[in-house]
Design a protein around this ligand. Structure first.
Ligand code: SF4
Ligand code: SF4
Length: 349
């Protein structure tokens, strides 16, 4: 078995933001010459289909893996999990700003590591997976220092390859991911509008923008509330009767409704503008613990009421009838809302 190499994969930002591109390039260029490290780039994790060569490559990586992306750490981990790229939780010292602000973040991290509250992931190989948010700092040296710390931490590597590699990707499908210099060069040419045929061949297939829920199985209790609530056929169950996102492209772009009704705050929409919905640590619905949610920003609605309204709007857009609270909202939620209103009345503002 080879020594303790660590693979670093940079998931590139959507669009052509030059500041983001420069940061990705600075990190990748420095790592090409770094001992003990293999580096590659893939398109944005959330936008790649499950059979995109970027995921074929990620599934083929042996050993410890560091993934840098423009998403919260939790969103990256569970987006990768959905694509069959898994590992034991590797802890990074680089935390997203919204994660740091959360007073309960450490407790939540412990819960996530142990997976004790949720049904957990399946077939997790004996290697570490580190997920790092590229929005933590604009300085490449911050990421390079953290990668070096992780490489030192993993001087002994345990790899159980065959138990987790998904499929048998053809070498030529992976070739481009093994030549990061060439890929960077081709990306520069594409961004500046000077790409030739060879540049295009060196780059991964294009991805469009997507929108779908990602389940955090360290929190998910398999209660099936989301499958009852969603009226667009997004959710399903696997052969073990575990909830899964089955028809992801049925999800309505921009709508995060089911994340608000999940009692475990286990549903992430990585591209949503609200940090807690996008995967920052902390609550999403907050119905049970956060009275401020009852006043819900500008609208003054509870999380469930807001979710019902968002779902109704999508039903109407799809030419169907609004259903309000009458479908897929459990009695417990309705009672919670009634109780909160009673509590508020008792506060006598
Ligand atoms: S509502 Fe949340 S906890 Fe319940 S099955 Fe869906 S994702 Fe899991
Ligand atoms: S956001 Fe709406 S359409 Fe998408 S999965 Fe949730 S309830 Fe279904």
């Amino acid at each position: 078995m080879a020594g303790a190499r660590v693979t670093v994969v940079i998931s590139q930002a959507q669009g052509r933001n030059p500041v983001k591109r420069q940061l990705e390039e600075d990190i990748a260029t420095a790592l090409i010459a770094e001992p003990g490290v293999d580096v590659s780039l893939v398109p944005h994790l959330y936008d790649m289909s499950q059979d995109h060569t970027g995921y074929l490559f990620l599934r083929s990586v042996p050993g410890n893996l560091i993934v840098l992306s423009w998403l919260y750490e939790r969103a990256t981990r569970w987006t990768l999990d959905r694509a069959g790229v898994r590992g034991q939780v590797g802890t990074t010292v680089l935390k997203s700003a919204d994660d740091e602000l959360d007073e309960d973040a450490d407790d939540d991290n412990e819960k996530e590591s142990s997976g004790s509250d949720g049904i957990g992931s399946l077939n997790v190989p004996d290697r570490r997976l580190y997920c790092i948010d590229l929005r933590v700092s604009e300085s490449a040296s911050v990421y390079l220092n953290e990668i070096r710390r992780i490489v030192n931490e993993n001087s002994v590597q345990v790899v159980d390859l065959m138990s987790w590699i998904g499929g048998s990707p053809k070498q030529e499908q992976l070739e481009r991911y093994l030549q990061p210099e060439r890929m960077l060069e081709a990306r520069r040419a594409l961004d500046s509008g000077t790409a030739n045929h060879q540049d295009k061949v060196s780059l991964p297939e294009d991805t469009g923008r997507r929108w779908y829920p990602v389940i955090d199985y360290s929190r998910c209790t398999n209660c099936m509330e989301c499958i009852d609530f969603c009226l667009f056929g997004v959710y399903g169950v696997d052969q073990l009767d575990r909830i899964l996102v089955e028809q992801q492209d049925n999800c309505k772009k921009g709508c995060p409704a089911c994340s608000r009704v999940c009692p475990a705050n286990a549903i992430i929409f990585p591209q949503h503008k609200t940090p807690a919905i996008a995967g920052a640590e902390g609550e999403v619905g907050g119905v049970k613990i956060d009275l401020s949610q009852l006043f819900g920003g500008d609208t003054g609605e509870s999380a469930v009421e807001l979710a019902v309204k968002e779902r109704d709007a999508e039903l109407i857009l799809a030419g169907r009838h609004a259903v309000g609270m009458s479908v897929g909202v459990r009695q417990a939620h309705r009672e919670e809302i009634d109780q909160l209103i009673e509590d508020l009345d008792a506060l006598d503002f």
